[in-house]
Design a protein around this ligand. Structure first.
Ligand SMILES: Cc1ncc(COP(=O)(O)O)c(C=O)c1O
Length: 393
């Protein structure tokens, strides 16, 4: 018997028991997509209301063809980090396309949003600096700030008075103000104009992660920052992801040429990781063309969001003040959220129960996400199912 391995297994088992007792256990399901909104989970066919594929592009023939062509041309992997030998024409084209789309001087691709946020925080701030974040910022922004070594302060959600208070504390180095654009678990939006004014007034650098806004919000899908009329000088660091509305995977940071050059040279999560596969970049580029050109997808999505909100209101469901594709139904307890998700699943709906630490304790919820690929009937049937599940409590 190996004593160390045994003690590891005992420790793992006790952690698993703790998770299970608190209804915080997480399980993966092997899903087989049937189309943009239906999946097979074993024998069950489910209507998916938990994807971030907001425009229904992830399975689009153009993205599939672009990925296949790039894989055919350059292979499945890039083989090295971008700075060694992994940088391909597809990467460069997508970076140029994103910079132009977002009216920024340059953009830099990352393999994931998590890595992009890590890059920003750790290469722009360190010991002696501070990062001031909205309390509901995405986990990747929190982790990035912690890893940077800078002092992390958090202001009350979207509360400019609380931010001002935090900024009033003395700091020897520079300050980053960091926020989600659309908040990932609540679906509401950051007060970007006020944040930008605060940043200007206190000489802080504003970082906006608009992972759930770019592609979905604003004319042409340029996201919340463009919608608020904030240029590169007002929001010098803009983060977006390609695995949501763009239908591919990966992420980017957009800003000045100087910013991108700095990240290329200093960001460890750029330097020390294999470049995204060229097929993924090619799919991202095809996704960008649809994001730019298919205004009808955003219109369709907006109709589904209004339909869901009106239907929920008529049924007395308590929604959060969100007008985006993210429509959470807060239940409070972890077990209540899991139970409702389970009952919806029996009726053919896939809606994830989101629990701590993804959301604060006591705010477990069903995070309903809507897509341009959902029909009127899909949304109606979900509303009816939620109502009947709650009635049967
Ligand atoms: C606001 C926000 N930023 C970053 C990420 C991470 O992006 P990725 O999934 O590409 O790592 C997510 C979610 O995935 C997110 O919601």
């Amino acid at each position: 018997m190996n004593g160390a391995a045994d003690s590891l297994e005992r420790w793992l088992a006790s952690a698993a028991r703790r998770r299970s007792a608190a209804f915080l256990e997480r399980k993966r399901h092997v899903l087989r997509p049937l189309d943009a909104v239906r999946v097979h989970d074993g024998e069950l066919e489910l209507l998916n209301f938990s994807s971030n594929d907001y425009l229904g592009l992830a399975g689009h023939p153009d993205l599939r063809a672009a990925a296949a062509e790039a894989a055919h041309e350059f292979g499945s992997g890039s083989g090295a980090s971008a700075l060694v030998t992994g940088y391909r024409p597809q990467h460069q084209q997508l970076e140029d396309g994103l910079a132009e789309f977002l009216d920024r001087e340059a953009a830099l691709l990352f393999s994931s949003g998590y890595l992009a946020n890590l890059a920003v925080a750790t290469s722009l701030a360190g010991r002696g600096d501070r990062i001031v974040q909205d309390r509901l910022c995405h986990a990747s922004l929190i982790d990035a700030a912690r890893l940077s070594g800078a002092r992390l302060a958090r202001y009350r959600h979207a509360d400019m008075g609380s931010l001002e208070q935090q900024l009033g504390d003395a700091s020897s180095g520079h300050t980053l103000i960091v926020t989600d654009g659309v908040f990932s678990m609540d679906g509401d939006i950051a007060p970007l104009s006020e944040l930008s004014a605060q940043a200007q007034a206190s000489d802080a650098w504003l970082v906006v992660d608009d992972a759930h806004g770019i592609g979905v919000i604003g004319s042409g899908g340029r996201g919340l920052v463009a919608e608020a009329g904030l240029n590169q000088a007002r929001v010098p660091v803009l983060v977006g992801t390609l695995g949501k509305a763009f239908g591919s995977a990966g992420a980017f940071v957009a800003g000045s040429r100087g910013l991108v050059e700095h990240l290329v040279n200093e960001a460890r999560s750029y330097l020390f990781t294999t470049a995204m596969p060229p097929a993924v970049a090619a799919a991202g580029l095809a996704g960008l063309a649809h994001v730019r050109d298919d205004q009808w997808r955003r219109e369709h999505l907006a109709e589904r969001v209004s339909q869901f909100r009106e239907g929920a209101q008529q049924r007395g469901l308590d929604l959060m003040p969100s007008h985006t594709a993210i429509q959470p139904l807060v239940l409070g307890g972890e077990k209540a959220a899991l139970d409702l998700a389970g009952r919806l699943r029996e009726r053919g709906f896939l809606v994830a129960a989101i629990r701590p630490p993804t959301v604060p304790p006591g705010t477990a919820r069903l995070r309903v996400t809507l897509s341009a690929a959902h029909t009127h009937e899909h949304v109606e049937s979900l509303l009816e199912a939620i109502e009947s599940c709650l009635d049967g409590r």
